[in-house]
Design a protein around this ligand. Structure first.
Ligand code: PEP
Ligand code: MG
Length: 885
């Protein structure tokens, strides 16, 4: 069947679709690929992602073709293993796992040991000669299946196990014998019957279809939807299902299971990295019930741990594993994240995929793999997710600061975070929405906690290793995480926790160091990141491959400095209204805005002129000859008006005008829709003296700096919110007059450009005409999105969430450009602008200038530069290089 692809066990599968992630999912495609290069993969089959989409579209029903395909798939596994599904004497057991194109927490993960029932368990016991193993497998199966397929709460099963151990006087699971597990199975079945009103399914085929349906259903779960929304994964991808013969890591001391990375996913070091457990099944490693052991001797010794590493305890199987690691890296040319099982000394590969990694590790691996010759420089540049750089561009703990360490855990995800303690995900989300920085503190995390982890600055757990849910998800999200802090215990009834010897309450401030596992009381000072080493190397490679320039949106000398440190090649947007908010000036600005006649306004402007000149002087000095685009005032008027009694009283004192008078004047300026009101160039048209003052300040500053430094300063004066050619013509003439006046006074001239923002649909439509007056266009995609979509950028947050969830817009259009819609306007304006003025300079300065997908679009339409906020400059540099490759 085209829906079902066989792998392993000598399957001759030549259909390339079987290795296509879009068809068989990440897990299925890689299983087929591994089997294809001769690695030991237990035989199995993959149901394709299209089936999931069809199943959900057809009201959750399976069609005949699928039934036939699954039957053939089961027959393939039976033939390869010599076992029979449901056979009383020689039963085949399978695992059932989901596998979307990308790994996706929030979905049904795995059911193991499927095919066990009251009869086959006896066959398994007899066949393996190990009754304890058989009954242990059966109880695991009932619990897992009940949890993920039947939707029963796992706590009742866990409680029953605890009570059974207590009743027998046992401390650990390993003390349970065959008869104890058998008795527990009886209890488990009773729990199912009681909760469900029907017995645990004994028919193995019913079990299998139940699990397949559960995988498909989990694609539609709320958790999966939240994850897709946060990660921009389309809802129509669907998931594949992998059904595979079981191999057992729990068949005694020569068996084991583990997870491994071919390089260290936290640091990027070229060293095998991982954890394993003797006599265990996969979920034991992830669940953190038993403490996993080190894979290599070196790692064990470095940690000063006692239990033998796999390298020491199982040298033959370890040697085979190391050989597989090298084969996989050479084949995939990337770091692999692997799940394996050793069954009575024989190694089996259960999964491989490109491993998630921290930004630091991604950088190091990309640079080192290029140096090793495994990949080329361009591939290295493409390898690092630009957004992941965000993790590296933020402050870390000041190494010289005092630390009051409460407890320690594993350094599961690097970076530092300070915030208030919260004990549950909902609370974390709520408090974060109120603007608080929170640290989510949990015993362990599960997919239900994802929204809280996302809202939190950092995550701390009491349980779980480096591959626990908390660790994996936090690394993926770029949240610092300390996991497995054994000195931490949480009391949810009193909402307090013990950390080491100290009791802390919800709401107290702690700091996490995800790079060494320290948990500290209070806020620890941070330092700015240093952009050296692998970071600098990769950035240099990126710069070599990019065509577009990268500038920064910056309005203070400090922002400009940060931007230059991050590699900005100019200022793409200096928003002058931000300078007006300065505490010392706001009163003057208000006087100017509220002035009722030109003379009063000019008085206020005269006082503002030296301040503006000083602003621009400082910026030109920092930018040292690089281009600086200064946008003339574009104020949302209401933001400048006084609010509240005290502000009116202060203004009254400064102006000598009565409070009532000022209030009446403010009332006159009130606008129903300030975003579409008296802003941008409309202000320059109605009160030209404001733009005159600003233009004068720009040219005076530019002349002064050019004089002092001897360097050329090329100001780019930008007129905002232009809709018509004539607006620009009038204001360009005004700027030119100011320039001439200043040049005459200073006795020197400067090169300068006058251009405009394209941020209204009319401006985009009329770009050909507008270009006659403009030396450059800068796309203000914030306003262009707002006005094209008719969606207020300030109010959108309230309703855009559901819009994205329902796929109306693939992503928040204020974060990632609506390429289909708004993109057309950008492209049209670029074309029409160039037709009029072939050398017109084109850039973008909306928030989208720092978004990789939008940057790729800018490359496609041939913009000359993107401008992003200073911390996003490196992201933009890398994204621009990737777009050009
Ligand atoms: C824009 O509209 O995209 C822009 C950059 O200007 P502002 O965000 O200041 O309106
Ligand atoms: Mg704008």
């Amino acid at each position: 069947s085209a829906y079902v692809f066989h792998f392993g066990g000598g399957a001759t599968n030549t259909d390339p679709r079987s290795r296509d992630k879009t068809i068989t999912g990440g897990k299925g495609a890689n299983l087929a690929e591994m089997a294809g290069i001769g690695l030991p993969v237990p035989p199995g089959f993959t149901i394709s992602t299209e089936v999931c989409t069809a199943y959900n579209a057809a009201g959750k029903t399976f069609d005949e073709a699928l039934r036939a395909g699954v039957a053939a798939g089961v027959a393939h596994i039976e033939k390869a293993t010599g076992r029979v599904f449901g056979d009383p004497a020689n039963p085949l057991l399978v695992s059932v796992r989901s596998g979307a194109r990308v790994s996706m927490p929030g979905m049904m993960d795995t059911v193991l040991n499927l095919g066990l029932n009251d009869i086959t368990v006896e066959g398994l016991a007899a066949g393996s000669g190990d009754a304890r193993f058989a009954w242990d497998s059966y109880r695991r199966f009932i619990q897992m299946y009940s949890d993920v397929v039947l939707g029963l709460d796992h706590h009742r099963f866990e409680d029953a196990l605890e009570i059974a151990k207590e009743d027998n006087g046992f401390f650990a699971d390993v003390e349970m014998g065959a008869e104890h597990w058998q008795a527990l199975v009886g209890q488990y079945k009773a729990i199912v019957a009681e909760e469900l009103g029907r017995p645990f399914p004994q028919d193995v085929h019913q079990q299998l279809w139940g699990a397949i349906g559960a995988v498909f259903d989990s694609w539609e779960s709320d958790r999966a939807k939240v994850y897709r929304r946060l990660n921009s994964i389309p809802h129509d991808w669907g998931t594949a299902v992998n059904v595979q013969a079981m191999v057992f890591g729990n068949m005694g001391e020569t068996s084991a299971t583990g997870v491994a990375f071919t390089r260290d996913p936290a640091t990027g070091e070229r060293a095998y990295y991982g954890e394993y457990l003797v006599n265990a099944q996969g979920e034991d490693v992830v669940a953190g019930i038993r403490t996993p052991q080190y894979l290599t001797k070196a790692a064990r010794e470095r940690a000063g741990a006692k239990p033998l590493s796999m390298e020491e305890a199982m040298p033959a199987a370890y040697g085979e594993l190391a050989r597989v690691f090298d084969l996989l890296e050479a084949h995939y040319k990337d770091m692999q994240d692997i799940e394996f099982t050793v069954e009575q000394g024989k190694l089996w590969m259960l999964q491989t995929r490109s491993g998630k990694r921290t930004a630091k590790a991604a950088l190091r691996m990309a640079v080192e793999m290029a140096r090793e010759g495994l990949i080329d420089e361009a591939t290295a540049v493409k390898r690092v997710d630009p957004m992941a750089l965000d993790q590296l561009l933020h402050p870390t703990l000041d190494p010289s600061a005092a630390r009051e360490v409460l407890t320690r855990g594993l350094p599961a995800s690097p970076g530092a975070a300070t915030g208030v303690i919260v004990f549950d995900a909902d609370n974390a989300e709520r408090r974060a929405q109120l603007g608080e920085e929170v640290i989510l503190v949990r015993v362990e995390t599960s997919p239900e906690d994802i929204h809280g982890m996302h809202a939190a600055k950092g995550v701390l757990t009491a349980r779980g290793g480096m591959t626990s849910h908390a660790a994996v998800v936090a690394r993926g999200m770029g949240r610092p995480c300390v996991s497995g802090a054994s000195g931490l215990s949480i009391d949810m009834t009193t909402r307090t926790a013990r950390m080491g010897t100290r009791e802390v309450k919800e709401g107290e401030v702690i700091t996490l160091d995800g790079s060494n596992g320290d948990v500290m009381l209070g806020a620890v000072p941070m330092v700015e990141p240093e952009l050296v080493g692998d970071f600098a190397v990769l950035m240099e490679w990126a710069d070599r491959h990019r065509r577009m320039k990268v500038r920064a949106n910056a309005e203070t000398p400090l922002d400009c400095q940060v931007a230059r440190q991050f590699g900005a090649e100019g200022v793409g947007l200096c928003r002058t209204e931000h300078m007006f908010f300065d505490a010392g000036r706001i009163s003057l600005v208000r006087q100017m805005i509220l002035a009722e006649d030109e003379a009063t306004r000019r008085r206020a402007l005269d006082s503002l002129l030296p301040e503006q000149r000083a602003d621009f002087t400082a910026i030109f000095e920092v930018m040292a000859g690089l281009p600086v685009t200064i946008r003339l005032l574009d104020p949302p008027l209401h933001e400048f008006l006084p609010h509240g009694e005290t502000e009116f009283e202060e203004l009254s004192e400064a102006t000598g005008l009565g409070v009532d008078h000022l209030k009446r004047r403010a009332g006159e300026l009130h606008e129903f829709n300030p975003m579409l009101g008296h802003r941008g160039c409309r202000l320059g048209i109605t009160f030209p003296e404001i733009y005159e003052m600003q233009a004068r300040a720009i040219f005076e500053a530019a002349c002064d700096v050019a004089e002092k430094s001897g360097e050329a300063v090329v100001p780019e004066v930008m007129i905002p919110l232009v809709a018509t050619r004539r607006e620009l013509l009038i204001l360009r003439a005004l700027v030119d007059r100011a320039a001439e006046a200043v040049f005459a006074e200073k006795g020197r001239t400067l090169e300068y450009l006058v251009g405009t923002m394209i941020e209204l649909p009319r401006a985009a439509l009329m770009a050909g005409e507008i270009a006659e007056e403009a030396k450059f266009f800068s796309f203000g995609t914030n306003d262009l999105t707002q006005t094209t979509l008719g969606v207020s950028r300030d109010d959108a947050a309230r309703f855009l969430g559901p819009y994205v969830e329902q796929g109306i817009y693939p992503r928040d259009p204020f974060v990632s450009l609506d390429i289909e819609g708004v993109g057309q306007l950008v492209e049209m304006a670029a074309v029409r602008g160039r037709e009029t003025r072939p050398d017109i300079k084109l850039g973008i300065c909306g928030e989208h200038g720092g978004d990789p997908a939008s940057i790729a679009f800018c490359e496609k339409v041939g913009l000359d530069y993107v401008s992003a906020s200073p911390y996003r400059v490196p992201i933009a540099r890398l994204a621009a290089a990737q777009a050009a490759l």
